[in-house]
Design a binder for this molecule. Sequence first.
Ligand code: DP6
Length: 365
Amino acid sequence: MDYENSKLVLASDQVESGAVRWRSPSNIALVKYWGKHGDQLAKNPSVSFTLDSAATDTTLSYCAKARTDEGVSVELYLDASRREDFEERTRIYFNRLLPIYPFLKQLDFKIETSNSFPHSAGIASSASGMSALALCLVDLENQFFGGLESGGFDMRKASYLSRLGSGSACRSVYGHAALWGTLGDIENSHEEYAISVADQLHDDFKGFHDDILIISAGEKSVSSRAGHGLMDTNHYADLRYGQAKRRCSEMMQVLSSGDVERFGELLESEALTLHALMMASSPPYLLLEPNTINAIRRVQQWRAETKHPLYFTLDAGPNLHLLYPKSIEEPVRSFVREELLAYCKDGQYIADRMGNGPDKLEVSE
Ligand code: DP6
């Protein structure tokens, strides 16, 4: 896929100031992306459920550039506070996008962003944050150059641009479920962007819940970015990439057949494999907390006692995601409240579920 386009340049007198606004959700990987190469390409395919309430709301405002220098110009506010750390990351991102969107250096940008989940929850926001920004950019392209006339909002391009910001973000632009990476048995699957696999979901997976237990909200000792890097020297890396590809194919079959039990086995094994890879890195590291393991044990016991299909997964951190069908919402909610909140930092948890994907919002005055 080649989105480079030197023609996307504004005639300098045509620019009026304006803004676009998108809300984009987070997603939870069922089969994990862990290890990358080239320009933000994954070493293995991954598949995820798109979440609903955990999301980022981003307004991208622009006006004619005040100074005539060559660089991109971005100010970024998170919850109304200027964040120079994110600003720098966004400037680097915009610079990388210049061959695709040369107009990015013709404008002054202001980004105002906020997350629906509390900052203290320690949840990674790169998937929702980078996808919300990429959606704003594709929207701007449409406004300036009329992309919509050639057939609707280009979610593939939004996914591609999201990927360049953060790998997992490319899966957030679709509702319900998404696949990123090439799988022989899935038509149109691609390594440069994710595709929607919502139409392949069995009814039993529709509206699946994800309750996120906030076990710890502290800064992680090793970032995801560094963790991906450590896969380059991981002794088990090649075995892992083969396994992940097979699991992705099997997960796709399971999602369409409705085999919730096998789904749970694969899901939990993926979570523990991800953390086993961290423990087997050089240098090794451990992101699980004692309460992550306490909660995992209690979930496994409860499942054995009640026979309810409640399963866990993990991101690259200590917080536990509990996935389950909506049919057992009531018993799970009571179980979480009565027993699992004791393992959470200040009793924090986020009750989320599968969502419909991003929304374009009205810009507030
Ligand atoms: C464990 O997408 O955060 O959540 O591409 O460096 O931004 P970058 O990494 P990121 O990695 C996500 C890792 C994961 C698994 C997954 O979401 O597939």
